[in-house]
Design a protein around this ligand. Structure first.
Ligand code: PMP
Ligand code: GLN
Length: 401
């Protein structure tokens, strides 16, 4: 293993997916839907495969299939209130993951600092390190006396301000946040934006869950702030958008002077992304553009469905009196003396999978070494699952109680 990858071998997804294969639990671990994607989306892929257009099976434009970048441009030009050029301001990538990789690789020089808000999607830290950068962490903390809502997790303004220096190259913001579910408010994003302006810092917005926002919350896009456009790259995922995580397609949009840099990184990563999937996603977006803001829109029906699942899951956990919003291990009276992992939540999640046949993800995977204590009393359960599976979760937890 080359030196740059040393110490990065541990990966929560591989670890807990293997455990799930071994113990066959009710799996609320790795985040992916266990129900069918919208029919028009799978039909689009079937049509592409069957049609007599052989070009759709060959390489397409390296930075993005034109029909797709045009649909993406329409969707987000409308969403942020400014025209996005489909050929210079959008890059199509192998999932949001590759967009993150290209964004970080193309802007970070050795010695640069990148501010990462905790808890964070776990790949940010290794990607920054691989680029030679130094991650600088700032945790969201729950307000004292709260009820466990994700909106109560906030940054301390003074602490955040203190993280910006003339070595800061970028900040990565994930809204809605994985694993917390916190949706950053416009005010919170404006505060971050002002600091970016003051310190001439780039803003990498991971907005893959942009459509999974439940009333009364609203997703606010940093790129819609006119003064932030020039320094913001926004990252999205077709996998999350259309419940097709296995399609592994994403995109980044932003000003041409930044997207150009991402394109250079992309050129030496994937260079081309699967054409039939791009064509199918383009057609799916075109369909959604036609019915935007109507009740048929998947961008409305999916969050509606998810809100009821969220409420059901919250009810199960709160009724248990064992968990509050996310599991509070302090109240669970479980003997974790057999230490299979250094972190308490890893021990708990392993135990829960093996003994109770219920799988979740230990949240310290989303924290830096220095702040793992903030996540170790919790567990993340993914609830984009059929109600029958959520019911099984309820049964397991009730039987345990
Ligand atoms: N960012 C976040 C916050 C995520 O949860 C995910 C999901 N894996 C990704 C990026 C990567 O998305 P994709 O599957 O499109 O690569
Ligand atoms: N984004 C998904 C999650 O958070 C899957 C991540 C992965 O497998 N790398 O569960």
């Amino acid at each position: 293993l080359s030196d740059k990858y040393k110490g990065l071998d541990k990966n929560v997804w591989a670890e807990f997916s293997n455990l799930a294969v071994k113990h066959d639990p009710v799996n609320l671990g790795q985040g992916f839907p266990d129900f069918a994607p919208p029919k028009h989306v799978t039909d689009a892929l079937a049509d592409v495969a069957k049609e007599d257009n052989i070009l759709l099976h060959q390489y397409t434009r390296g930075y993005g299939h034109p029909r797709l970048t045009q649909a993406v441009s329409k969707l987000y030009s409308n969403a942020i209130g400014r025209t996005i050029d489909p050929f210079t301001e959008i890059l199509v990538t192998g999932g949001a993951f590759e967009a993150l990789f290209c964004s970080i690789m193309s802007c970070v020089n050795p010695g640069d600092e990148v501010i990462i808000i905790e808890p964070f999607f776990d790949c940010y830290e290794p990607m920054v390190r691989l680029a030679g950068g130094t991650p600088v962490f700032i945790p969201l903390r729950p307000k004292a006396g709260g009820e466990g809502h994700s909106s109560e997790w906030v940054l301390d303004d003074a602490e955040l301000t203190s993280k910006f220096t003339d070595r800061t190259k970028a900040i990565i913001v994930n809204t809605p946040n994985n694993p917390l579910g916190k949706v950053f408010t416009q005010k919170e994003l404006e505060f971050i934006g002002q600091l970016c302006i003051k310190w001439n810092v780039l803003c990498i917005m991971d907005e893959v869950y942009e459509w999974l926002v439940y009333e009364p919350y609203r997703h606010f896009r940093m790129a819609s702030l006119p003064y932030m456009w020039d320094r913001t790259v926004t990252i999205c995922s077709a996998g999350k958008t259309f419940s097709v995580t296995g399609w592994k397609l994403g995109w980044a949009y932003g000003p041409a002077h930044l997207v150009r840099n991402l394109c250079v990184a992309h050129q030496y990563a994937l260079h081309f992304v699967v054409t039939p999937i791009q064509e199918a996603v383009a057609r799916s977006l075109e369909m959604e553009l036609e019915r935007l803001n109507t009740d048929e829109s998947y961008f409305k029906s999916l969050p509606k469905l998810m809100k009821s699942k969220r409420d059901y899951m919250a009810e199960i956990l709160v009724n248990m009196n064992l968990f509050l919003h996310q599991a509070d291990l302090k109240k669970s009276h479980i003997d974790l003396s057999e230490k299979k992992y250094p972190e308490k939540d890893y021990c708990f999640a392993e135990w829960l999978t093996r003994v109770k046949k219920l799988a979740g993800i230990p949240p310290t995977a989303f924290y830096s070494a220095e702040n793992k204590n903030l996540g170790e009393n919790y567990i993340r359960f993914c609830f984009i699952k059929e109600d029958a599976k959520l019911k099984k979760t309820e049964d397991i937890l009730k039987a345990w109680k």
